[in-house]
Design a protein around this ligand. Structure first.
Ligand code: ASN
Length: 305
């Protein structure tokens, strides 16, 4: 218990929370100016993001229904776009991903974290990439000017990234750097950058001719690693079904999502989401993600409070 009390009361937590508050204030200001509306999160639903990697099952029984704990709001973002009168939305949602305990020492995994998820109607991947670069510049500038003292006491300087961010192709990086490409390129770079074309979940669009995945990540430099993932979305029912089969995604829990997709009314959108804690970790220069959370949920570790 002493360790927990020490963690909560450590002086730098105040400076870190100050930076986090500046990130969120500048986020909301930006979205307001861009005329995006904010959704409230859902934490329980019949379906959630299948994710591209395996995590332990997290679902509850309620009133005879099986409800999944949200892993990301991706499919709900997509469904909210059925409305004609909304051109873009964002949501800050808790994501529960019961990751393997071995990830406890990665410095960047939590089994519960907060994701800022964004979706833009009719946007292409490049529209969304430019949108995110403007948002990052806006947040970084605000943090730099409003959190001068906090950053100084944390010993961190933030450079404004140049735009457009550099773009790399994941296959080319793998050829050049091998399986550990993400970490190696992150160590080399000095500003956030994009990595495109990842084999992932069924909802990320695939180019029908080249079969390239029209998706992207933002990777932070200095070894901080992946911070955002997103894509243009698959809207064609037959393609969704084929991709679910290829990925061995059990369609059972996706029944209502698939019924809607079958009507052919899913809109072309592009979007993505970034982890709040990972962004704050990068901006404050902390090695361990638990250092930026008041109540960290570290994979495999006991939850004390
Ligand atoms: N937020 C991501 C997206 O919009 C999905 C995820 O977090 N897995 O594509």
């Amino acid at each position: 218990m002493e360790r927990t009390i020490k963690h909560i009361t450590r002086p730098e937590m105040k400076e870190i929370l100050h930076v986090q508050s500046a990130v969120l204030k500048s986020l909301h200001d930006f979205m307001w100016n861009e005329n995006l509306v904010q959704l409230m999160p859902v934490i329980l639903a019949p379906f959630t993001d299948p994710l591209a990697h395996t995590v332990s099952e997290s679902a509850i029984e309620y009133s005879g229904q099986k409800l999944q704990l949200t892993k990301s709001m991706i499919l709900h973002k997509q469904l909210s776009m059925l409305r004609d009168d909304i051109h873009g939305i964002y949501v800050i949602s808790p994501n529960v991903r019961l990751e393997r305990g071995e990830l406890s020492s990665s410095g960047r995994h939590l089994f519960e974290f907060s994701q800022v998820d964004i979706e833009l109607k009719g946007a292409s991947h490049t529209d969304f990439m430019r949108f995110m670069e403007r948002l990052y510049l806006h947040m970084f500038s605000f943090v730099r000017s409003e959190c001068r003292d906090s950053l100084k006491s944390l010993g961190r300087e933030i450079e404004l990234p140049s735009v457009p961010f550099p773009v790399y192709d994941s296959t080319e990086l793998e050829t050049e750097f091998g399986a550990e490409w993400e970490h190696l390129i992150s160590m080399q770079e000095t500003q956030p950058f994009w990595v495109t074309d990842h084999y992932r979940e069924f909802y990320d669009k695939e180019d029908p001719i080249t079969r390239k995945h029209i998706n992207y990540d933002i990777i932070y430099p200095e070894g901080f690693g992946e911070g955002l993932s997103g894509a243009e979305r698959e809207t064609d029912y037959d393609v969704i079904i084929r991709k679910m089969k290829e990925r061995k995604t059990d369609p059972t829990s996706y029944k209502s999502y698939l019924e809607i997709a079958k009507k052919g009314i899913l809109r072309p959108t592009a979007g993505g989401g970034f982890g709040v804690e990972r962004l704050v970790r990068y901006l404050t220069g902390k090695k361990q993600i638990q250092d930026v959370c008041m109540f960290p949920r570290v994979p495999g570790e006991d939850v004390v409070i």
